[in-house]
Design a protein around this ligand. Structure first.
Ligand code: FES
Length: 224
């Protein structure tokens, strides 16, 4: 059986002074993914390895991590010899590859990212789905985009980061939404993104083109 050697950066903040690399030799075959290697380690070699996964094929976003410093989804990333697996940067580590995502979702809760119930007569006469909305709805909430954002820091409540702007833009394009999402984006520092454009999504959701830049354009037109 063919094998590859990979390195996982492990860390338990309750016990370790700092993260430490650990090597594993894992079986591989044509089409093998990083996710399969993690499952193999957990089931056959070391069940203390912590990582998340759900759907195992691109829908849930839970398996996001960094492979060779590049944010990606473990279930879509081909397994290769010598890869180094780390948790996504910019969020606190709970253990190994598992992040504390509660910081992000607390921000989300405060933004009321839902459309309140409406009476039939209050609904817009015609509901159509703009192309931008369709593209943004492909976001799997993996949070990998936040790892590509140079400004994002979970301790800084004054800046929302790419994921937040994608969620706000999804609603901005929804004709039933009554909340001023541009005002919310301004409060969360979207104007800092103007000269950056470094955010990326492993699934190709156009976070800059269809979300951040759209919110920015509206925010700039409101500048005093
Ligand atoms: S396990 Fe669901 S997206 Fe990878």
């Amino acid at each position: 059986m063919d094998t590859v050697t990979i390195e996982v950066i492990r860390y338990d903040p309750t016990q370790d002074a700092e993260p430490r690399p650990q090597r594993f030799v894992v079986p591989t075959e044509k089409g093998a993914t990083v996710q399969q290697a993690l499952m193999h380690i957990y089931e056959e070699q070391d069940s203390s390895l912590a990582f998340r996964c759900g759907c195992r094929y691109r829908y849930c976003g839970l398996c996001a991590l960094e492979v060779d410093d590049k944010p990606c989804l473990a279930c879509l990333t081909p397994l290769k010899d010598g890869q180094v697996l780390k948790p996504l940067r910019h969020l606190p580590v709970l253990r190994d590859l598992v992040l504390d995502r509660s910081w992000v979702f607390d921000t989300m809760r405060n933004l009321q990212l839902f459309i309140p119930e409406m009476e039939y007569e209050e609904l817009p006469e015609r509901i159509f789905e703009p192309e931008e909305h369709k593209r943004l709805m492909q976001c799997t909430e993996c949070l990998a985009c936040l790892a590509t954002c140079p400004y994002y820091d979970y301790r800084d409540a004054s800046f929302g980061g790419t994921y937040t702007f994608v969620k706000l833009a999804q609603l901005h394009f929804d004709p039933r939404d009554q909340t001023d999402r541009v005002a919310q984006a301004r409060k969360l520092g979207v104007e800092r993104c103007a000269a950056c454009r470094k955010c990326q999504c492993p699934l190709g959701v156009p976070a800059w083109k269809s979300a951040t830049s759209v919110l920015l354009k509206h925010a700039s037109s409101r500048r005093d």
